[in-house]
Design a protein around this ligand. Structure first.
Ligand code: NAP
Length: 252
Protein backbone atom coordinates (compact mmCIF):
# COMPACT_ATOMS: atom_id res chain seq x y z
CA UNK A 1 0.00 0.00 0.00
CA UNK A 2 1.43 3.38 -1.00
CA UNK A 3 0.96 6.48 1.15
CA UNK A 4 -1.47 7.87 -1.47
CA UNK A 5 -3.49 4.73 -2.12
CA UNK A 6 -7.03 5.69 -3.13
CA UNK A 7 -6.14 9.36 -3.69
CA UNK A 8 -6.94 11.23 -6.89
CA UNK A 9 -4.55 13.86 -8.19
CA UNK A 10 -4.17 16.47 -10.92
CA UNK A 11 -0.75 17.80 -11.96
CA UNK A 12 -0.68 20.90 -14.15
CA UNK A 13 2.21 20.96 -16.61
CA UNK A 14 2.63 17.22 -16.09
CA UNK A 15 3.97 16.49 -19.55
CA UNK A 16 7.65 17.25 -18.89
CA UNK A 17 10.34 17.93 -16.33
CA UNK A 18 9.33 18.35 -12.71
CA UNK A 19 5.60 17.95 -13.43
CA UNK A 20 6.19 14.61 -15.12
CA UNK A 21 8.22 13.41 -12.13
CA UNK A 22 5.52 14.56 -9.71
CA UNK A 23 2.80 12.78 -11.73
CA UNK A 24 4.82 9.55 -11.67
CA UNK A 25 5.78 9.98 -8.01
CA UNK A 26 2.14 10.38 -7.00
CA UNK A 27 1.18 7.33 -9.08
CA UNK A 28 4.00 5.28 -7.54
CA UNK A 29 2.59 6.21 -4.12
CA UNK A 30 -0.84 4.88 -5.18
CA UNK A 31 -2.72 7.86 -6.65
CA UNK A 32 -4.70 8.04 -9.88
CA UNK A 33 -3.41 11.02 -11.87
CA UNK A 34 -4.71 13.48 -14.45
CA UNK A 35 -1.78 14.89 -16.42
CA UNK A 36 -2.51 18.42 -17.63
CA UNK A 37 -0.50 20.02 -20.43
CA UNK A 38 -0.66 22.96 -22.83
CA UNK A 39 1.11 21.88 -26.05
CA UNK A 40 2.92 18.56 -25.58
CA UNK A 41 0.12 16.14 -26.50
CA UNK A 42 2.34 13.11 -27.17
CA UNK A 43 4.51 13.66 -24.10
CA UNK A 44 1.47 14.03 -21.83
CA UNK A 45 -0.10 10.88 -23.28
CA UNK A 46 3.17 9.05 -22.60
CA UNK A 47 3.15 10.18 -18.96
CA UNK A 48 -0.48 9.04 -18.59
CA UNK A 49 0.57 5.66 -20.05
CA UNK A 50 3.42 5.47 -17.52
CA UNK A 51 0.91 6.14 -14.74
CA UNK A 52 -1.18 3.23 -16.04
CA UNK A 53 1.93 1.02 -16.20
CA UNK A 54 2.41 1.76 -12.49
CA UNK A 55 -1.03 0.24 -11.87
CA UNK A 56 -2.98 3.50 -11.46
CA UNK A 57 -5.47 5.29 -13.69
CA UNK A 58 -3.90 8.01 -15.83
CA UNK A 59 -5.40 10.52 -18.25
CA UNK A 60 -3.88 13.43 -20.19
CA UNK A 61 -6.06 16.55 -20.39
CA UNK A 62 -5.10 19.73 -22.28
CA UNK A 63 -5.86 23.17 -20.82
CA UNK A 64 -4.12 26.52 -20.76
CA UNK A 65 -4.09 27.27 -17.03
CA UNK A 66 -4.09 31.03 -17.65
CA UNK A 67 -7.60 30.89 -19.20
CA UNK A 68 -10.63 30.84 -16.89
CA UNK A 69 -12.85 28.78 -19.17
CA UNK A 70 -10.13 26.20 -19.85
CA UNK A 71 -9.38 25.85 -16.13
CA UNK A 72 -13.08 25.38 -15.38
CA UNK A 73 -13.30 22.68 -18.06
CA UNK A 74 -10.13 20.99 -16.74
CA UNK A 75 -11.46 20.88 -13.18
CA UNK A 76 -14.84 19.58 -14.29
CA UNK A 77 -13.38 16.91 -16.59
CA UNK A 78 -10.80 15.81 -14.04
CA UNK A 79 -13.35 15.68 -11.21
CA UNK A 80 -15.77 13.67 -13.27
CA UNK A 81 -13.14 11.22 -14.60
CA UNK A 82 -11.42 10.73 -11.23
CA UNK A 83 -14.63 10.75 -9.15
CA UNK A 84 -13.31 13.66 -7.05
CA UNK A 85 -9.97 15.39 -6.50
CA UNK A 86 -7.84 15.00 -3.37
CA UNK A 87 -4.54 16.53 -4.57
CA UNK A 88 -4.03 19.43 -6.98
CA UNK A 89 -0.47 20.36 -8.00
CA UNK A 90 0.06 23.79 -9.60
CA UNK A 91 3.33 22.99 -11.35
CA UNK A 92 2.76 24.55 -14.81
CA UNK A 93 5.33 27.25 -15.47
CA UNK A 94 6.28 29.33 -18.46
CA UNK A 95 9.62 28.44 -19.99
CA UNK A 96 11.40 31.74 -20.61
CA UNK A 97 14.92 30.36 -20.64
CA UNK A 98 15.11 27.87 -23.52
CA UNK A 99 14.52 28.62 -27.24
CA UNK A 100 12.33 29.99 -28.73
CA UNK A 101 10.99 31.94 -25.73
CA UNK A 102 14.41 33.01 -24.47
CA UNK A 103 14.50 35.40 -27.45
CA UNK A 104 11.32 37.23 -26.42
CA UNK A 105 11.58 40.73 -24.99
CA UNK A 106 11.73 41.25 -21.25
CA UNK A 107 8.18 42.61 -21.15
CA UNK A 108 6.86 39.66 -23.20
CA UNK A 109 8.49 37.27 -20.73
CA UNK A 110 6.95 39.24 -17.86
CA UNK A 111 3.53 38.74 -19.40
CA UNK A 112 4.18 34.99 -19.72
CA UNK A 113 5.20 34.42 -16.09
CA UNK A 114 2.34 36.55 -14.82
CA UNK A 115 -0.20 34.74 -17.00
CA UNK A 116 0.92 31.14 -16.64
CA UNK A 117 2.66 30.95 -13.26
CA UNK A 118 0.76 33.52 -11.19
CA UNK A 119 -2.67 33.68 -12.84
CA UNK A 120 -2.64 29.95 -13.61
CA UNK A 121 -1.89 29.07 -9.99
CA UNK A 122 -4.64 31.33 -8.66
CA UNK A 123 -7.30 30.29 -11.21
CA UNK A 124 -6.65 26.58 -10.65
CA UNK A 125 -6.53 26.96 -6.87
CA UNK A 126 -9.83 28.80 -6.78
CA UNK A 127 -11.59 26.37 -9.10
CA UNK A 128 -10.22 23.18 -7.52
CA UNK A 129 -9.77 24.38 -3.93
CA UNK A 130 -13.34 25.52 -3.38
CA UNK A 131 -14.68 22.23 -4.75
CA UNK A 132 -12.28 20.23 -2.57
CA UNK A 133 -13.26 22.23 0.51
CA UNK A 134 -16.98 21.70 -0.22
CA UNK A 135 -16.35 17.96 -0.68
CA UNK A 136 -14.59 17.68 2.68
CA UNK A 137 -10.89 18.27 2.11
CA UNK A 138 -7.79 17.99 0.01
CA UNK A 139 -4.28 19.24 -0.67
CA UNK A 140 -2.97 21.97 -2.99
CA UNK A 141 0.73 22.15 -3.82
CA UNK A 142 2.24 25.20 -5.52
CA UNK A 143 5.72 25.56 -7.02
CA UNK A 144 7.90 28.55 -6.16
CA UNK A 145 11.65 29.16 -6.39
CA UNK A 146 14.13 28.96 -3.53
CA UNK A 147 15.77 32.29 -4.43
CA UNK A 148 12.59 34.32 -5.04
CA UNK A 149 12.24 36.09 -1.70
CA UNK A 150 15.92 36.70 -1.04
CA UNK A 151 16.60 38.01 -4.55
CA UNK A 152 19.34 35.43 -4.65
CA UNK A 153 20.51 36.01 -8.23
CA UNK A 154 21.05 38.95 -10.59
CA UNK A 155 19.75 39.29 -14.15
CA UNK A 156 16.51 39.64 -16.10
CA UNK A 157 15.51 35.99 -15.76
CA UNK A 158 16.04 35.98 -12.01
CA UNK A 159 14.05 39.21 -11.67
CA UNK A 160 11.15 37.71 -13.62
CA UNK A 161 11.14 34.52 -11.54
CA UNK A 162 11.39 36.62 -8.38
CA UNK A 163 8.29 38.57 -9.44
CA UNK A 164 6.24 35.50 -10.28
CA UNK A 165 7.42 32.98 -7.73
CA UNK A 166 7.44 35.38 -4.78
CA UNK A 167 3.80 36.10 -5.63
CA UNK A 168 3.02 32.38 -5.60
CA UNK A 169 4.85 31.89 -2.29
CA UNK A 170 2.89 34.71 -0.63
CA UNK A 171 -0.37 33.54 -2.19
CA UNK A 172 0.26 30.05 -0.78
CA UNK A 173 0.19 31.40 2.77
CA UNK A 174 -2.96 33.45 2.26
CA UNK A 175 -4.78 30.64 0.46
CA UNK A 176 -3.81 28.21 3.22
CA UNK A 177 -5.63 30.44 5.72
CA UNK A 178 -8.67 30.78 3.42
CA UNK A 179 -9.05 27.04 2.88
CA UNK A 180 -8.12 25.79 6.37
CA UNK A 181 -8.95 23.48 7.98
CA UNK A 182 -10.40 21.50 5.08
CA UNK A 183 -7.67 21.96 2.48
CA UNK A 184 -3.94 22.12 3.18
CA UNK A 185 -1.91 24.41 0.89
CA UNK A 186 1.89 24.32 0.67
CA UNK A 187 4.56 25.46 -1.75
CA UNK A 188 7.67 23.59 -2.85
CA UNK A 189 10.53 25.95 -3.76
CA UNK A 190 13.06 24.11 -5.91
CA UNK A 191 16.63 25.23 -6.44
CA UNK A 192 18.63 24.18 -9.50
CA UNK A 193 16.73 21.20 -10.88
CA UNK A 194 18.07 19.61 -14.05
CA UNK A 195 15.21 19.88 -16.54
CA UNK A 196 15.20 21.25 -20.11
CA UNK A 197 17.47 24.24 -19.44
CA UNK A 198 19.83 22.50 -17.02
CA UNK A 199 20.50 19.62 -19.40
CA UNK A 200 21.93 22.00 -21.99
CA UNK A 201 23.35 24.72 -19.77
CA UNK A 202 26.87 25.94 -20.54
CA UNK A 203 29.98 24.53 -18.85
CA UNK A 204 30.20 27.75 -16.83
CA UNK A 205 26.67 27.22 -15.52
CA UNK A 206 27.34 23.56 -14.75
CA UNK A 207 30.32 24.64 -12.62
CA UNK A 208 28.38 27.44 -10.97
CA UNK A 209 25.49 25.19 -9.97
CA UNK A 210 27.81 22.68 -8.33
CA UNK A 211 29.82 25.42 -6.62
CA UNK A 212 26.71 27.10 -5.19
CA UNK A 213 24.97 23.90 -4.06
CA UNK A 214 26.30 22.45 -0.78
CA UNK A 215 25.26 18.91 -1.77
CA UNK A 216 27.38 19.38 -4.96
CA UNK A 217 24.89 18.19 -7.54
CA UNK A 218 21.93 19.35 -9.57
CA UNK A 219 18.56 18.53 -8.13
CA UNK A 220 16.62 15.85 -9.97
CA UNK A 221 12.93 16.20 -10.81
CA UNK A 222 12.41 13.15 -8.56
CA UNK A 223 13.81 15.11 -5.59
CA UNK A 224 10.92 17.54 -5.98
CA UNK A 225 8.47 14.68 -6.54
CA UNK A 226 9.48 13.04 -3.24
CA UNK A 227 8.57 16.25 -1.39
CA UNK A 228 5.27 16.46 -3.29
CA UNK A 229 4.36 12.91 -2.25
CA UNK A 230 5.17 13.68 1.39
CA UNK A 231 3.18 16.95 1.43
CA UNK A 232 0.23 15.27 -0.30
CA UNK A 233 0.18 12.43 2.21
CA UNK A 234 -1.35 12.19 5.68
CA UNK A 235 2.21 12.23 7.07
CA UNK A 236 2.03 16.01 6.44
CA UNK A 237 -1.43 16.43 8.01
CA UNK A 238 -0.23 19.20 10.39
CA UNK A 239 1.61 21.16 7.69
CA UNK A 240 -0.07 23.99 5.81
CA UNK A 241 0.86 27.48 4.62
CA UNK A 242 4.55 26.58 4.33
CA UNK A 243 7.18 27.13 1.66
CA UNK A 244 9.70 24.29 1.65
CA UNK A 245 12.98 24.52 -0.24
CA UNK A 246 14.25 21.50 -2.17
CA UNK A 247 17.62 22.89 -3.17
CA UNK A 248 20.57 20.82 -2.02
CA UNK A 249 21.27 22.89 1.05
CA UNK A 250 21.41 26.47 -0.23
CA UNK A 251 20.47 28.72 2.72
CA UNK A 252 18.31 31.63 1.50
P1 NAP B 1 9.39 22.72 -18.05
O1 NAP B 1 10.26 21.53 -18.28
O2 NAP B 1 9.57 23.93 -18.89
O3 NAP B 1 7.85 22.22 -18.12
C1 NAP B 1 6.84 23.18 -18.01
C2 NAP B 1 5.50 22.48 -17.96
O4 NAP B 1 4.48 23.48 -17.83
C3 NAP B 1 5.20 21.70 -19.22
O5 NAP B 1 4.53 20.52 -18.87
C4 NAP B 1 4.27 22.63 -19.99
O6 NAP B 1 3.33 21.96 -20.83
C5 NAP B 1 3.52 23.28 -18.85
N1 NAP B 1 2.89 24.54 -19.24
C6 NAP B 1 3.49 25.65 -19.73
N2 NAP B 1 2.57 26.60 -19.99
C7 NAP B 1 1.36 26.07 -19.65
C8 NAP B 1 0.03 26.55 -19.68
N3 NAP B 1 -0.27 27.79 -20.10
N4 NAP B 1 -0.96 25.71 -19.26
C9 NAP B 1 -0.68 24.45 -18.83
N5 NAP B 1 0.56 23.96 -18.78
C10 NAP B 1 1.58 24.75 -19.18
O7 NAP B 1 9.52 23.23 -16.53
P2 NAP B 1 10.24 22.59 -15.26
O8 NAP B 1 11.67 22.98 -15.28
O9 NAP B 1 9.87 21.16 -15.12
O10 NAP B 1 9.57 23.45 -14.09
C11 NAP B 1 8.33 23.07 -13.52
C12 NAP B 1 7.95 24.11 -12.48
O11 NAP B 1 9.01 24.25 -11.53
C13 NAP B 1 7.74 25.50 -13.08
O12 NAP B 1 6.72 26.17 -12.36
C14 NAP B 1 9.09 26.18 -12.83
O13 NAP B 1 9.02 27.57 -12.81
C15 NAP B 1 9.43 25.60 -11.47
N6 NAP B 1 10.87 25.66 -11.12
C16 NAP B 1 11.79 25.00 -11.85
C17 NAP B 1 13.13 25.04 -11.50
C18 NAP B 1 14.20 24.31 -12.29
O14 NAP B 1 15.39 24.45 -11.94
N7 NAP B 1 13.86 23.54 -13.30
C19 NAP B 1 13.52 25.78 -10.37
C20 NAP B 1 12.55 26.45 -9.63
C21 NAP B 1 11.21 26.37 -10.00
P3 NAP B 1 3.65 21.68 -22.40
O15 NAP B 1 4.76 20.64 -22.37
O16 NAP B 1 2.40 21.14 -22.95
O17 NAP B 1 4.09 22.98 -22.98
Amino acid sequence: MGVLTGKRAVVTGGSRGIGRAIALGLAQAGADVVVNYAHSTAAAAAVAAEVEALGQRGLALPADVSQVDEVERLVQQAWSWLGSIDVWVNNAGSDIITPPNRHLTRSQKLEMVLQVDVRGTALCSWAAGERMAAAGGGVILNVGWDKALAGGMAGDTAELFAISKAAIMGYTKSLARSLAPAVRVNCIAPGFIQTAWGQNASAAWQERVLAETPLRRWGRPQDVAEMAVFLASDAASFITGQVINVNGGVIM
